[in-house]
Design a protein around this ligand. Sequence first.
Ligand code: KG4
Ligand code: ZN
Length: 343
Amino acid sequence: MIVLGIETSCDETSVSIVEKEKKNNFGKVLSERTLSQISKHKKFGGVVPELASREHSKNLDFIVKETLKSSKISLKKIDAFAATTGPGLLGALLVGTNYAKALAISSKKPFLSVNHLQGHVLVSRMKKSIPFPFICLLVSGGHCQILLAQAYNKFKILGETLDDAVGEVYDKVSKTMGYGYPGGPIIEHLAKKSNGKYNFDLPKPLLRNKTLDLSFSGLKTAVRRIIEKGITKNQQYDLAKEFQNAITECLIKKVDSSFKLLNKKLKICNFVLSGGVASNEYIRKSFELLCKKNQISFFAPDKKLCVDNATMIAWAGLEIMKYRKISSKINTPPKPRWRLDSL
Ligand code: KG4
Ligand code: ZN
């Protein structure tokens, strides 16, 4: 079974061809091409939706052809065409969704509608056997959710951010410090230079609150106020570190509570960290440690598969085919807002 996946929900035009291997049911990437639009959006300090759609429509056809060529697979060998149909920017989603539908119709093969967040979660199962149910912390530029993954299409949201997503806060802090987008890798790099001399006593909203929900806008504002007062380079490094520690402490506390809460009812053996922020080394290490303490196995996709990519969409397509075996409706519209608990 071979699926071609297309991801165009935001600022990456990505195409991937993934084959499910007979011997172990794992996924093998035959070819992947990703074109980042970061340089196009940089001067605007964030993603410009109209520009994103235009770039996708300019490049997608070429990228599909490139991916097919380097996979050495002919179009006829593709068993299904998957695309991210939400959540994301409407215009951007339309480009990838319509392209995949056109390929499916002309090849008389199934079209598979994939939720972008479903892709982020399921890609962890591409090379490792992680049985359902498992707990997943999904942390990206648009989302921050603690999930109970019960099946390929069944997710319960145990807690989520009430305001900003973690990646979004990283991006905003980086911008306030005068650096670029995406802010996550920049802040992570600055934090590594810290010698911990200065303390800023940052707020950790909802840390002691009993729910599993999170909140980061107060932390973002506190960091912005400190920067606006004027800080030295060394203070900037320390602030980056303290900011990263505060975010991590909030995430760890809530995921730890979710382990304790769920283990009263069902035995949770596996935890998955996913989404763009999951490529952060400090956050990965902190969760590895937490899992060890709780005797839970820790999984995180390769860093390349944490940030947006079409491999996760093609793989989710393969998981859908395994269980459902039918095409999505060809008139499935793109859904800019599409919650994981409504699949
Ligand atoms: O999953 P993703 O590629 O796109 C969305 O679905 O949103 O996540 C992008 C987000 C950006 O906000 C980016 O700053 C953040 O992931 N990110 C990181 C790191 N690498 C990317 N955040 C913290 N540390 C990183 N190393
Ligand atoms: Zn994403």
